[in-house]
Design a protein around this ligand. Structure first.
Ligand SMILES: Nc1ncnc2c1ncn2[C@@H]1O[C@H](COP(=O)(O)OP(=O)(O)O)[C@@H](O)[C@H]1O
Ligand SMILES: [Mg+2]
Length: 136
C-alpha cells in the first residue's frame, strides 16, 4: 500500500504520467473515489501519455467504454456508473479487455468479482485543498 498527497491538479497529472510509463498490457487499473475526485483526470493523463498528448479523451459515461490504440496494443477506458447488472459487463466487453488491454475503470465496484487478482486499485479522496491517493 502506498499513500501520496496530491496538492493540486498538476500533482495529479504528474503522478499519472509517471504511473502510465510503467503500465504494460494486460493490466487493469481500478479508479475508486467519489464524483470529482480525479478518476477521469488520471485516466485522461494515462491515455494521453501512452497514445499521444493530443489524443481526445471523451468521458465514457454514456458510451460505457472508449478505446485507444497505443504502440503496444489497446487501452480500454470504462465508466461503470450506469451499469446496473453484472451481465452487462460481458456485453460491453470488460472480460475481454482485462485479458488483453491496458484497462482503466471508473466506478469499478460492480466488476469486483471479475477483475484480475493483479488489478491495481487506486483510491482517491479529498485531503485539505487537494487529494489523497492510495495505491493497493
Ligand atoms: N490533486 C488535486 N487537487 C485539487 N483538485 C484536483 C486534484 N486533482 C484533480 N483535481 C480536480 O478535481 C476534478 C476532478 O474531476 P474528474 O477527474 O472529472 O473527477 P471524477 O472522474 O473522479 O468524477 C477536476 O476539476 C480537477 O481539476
Ligand atoms: Mg469521471
Amino acid at each position: 500500500m502506498k499513500e501520496i498527497i496530491l496538492d493540486n491538479v498538476e500533482a495529479t497529472r504528474n503522478w499519472a504520467k509517471d504511473f502510465a510509463k510503467n503500465l504494460k498490457a494486460p493490466i487493469t487499473v481500478a479508479l475508486h473515489g467519489d464524483l470529482g475526485m480525479g478518476k477521469s483526470e488520471i485516466a485522461r493523463t494515462i491515455i494521453q501519455t501512452l497514445s499521444g498528448d493530443d489524443t481526445v479523451v471523451p468521458s465514457p459515461t454514456f458510451t460505457l467504454v472508449q478505446t485507444y490504440e497505443n504502440k503496444d496494443g489497446k487501452i480500454s477506458h470504462f465508466d461503470l456508473y450506469r451499469i446496473n447488472d453484472k451481465s452487462e459487463l460481458i456485453e460491453i466487453g470488460l472480460p475481454y479487455a482485462v485479458d488483453n488491454d491496458i484497462t482503466l475503470i471508473e466506478w469499478p465496484d460492480i466488476a469486483d468479482d471479475i477483475l484480475p487478482e493483479n488489478t491495481i486499485n487506486i483510491f482517491l479522496e479529498s485531503y485539505k485543498d487537494g487529494r489523497k491517493l492510495t495505491v493497493k
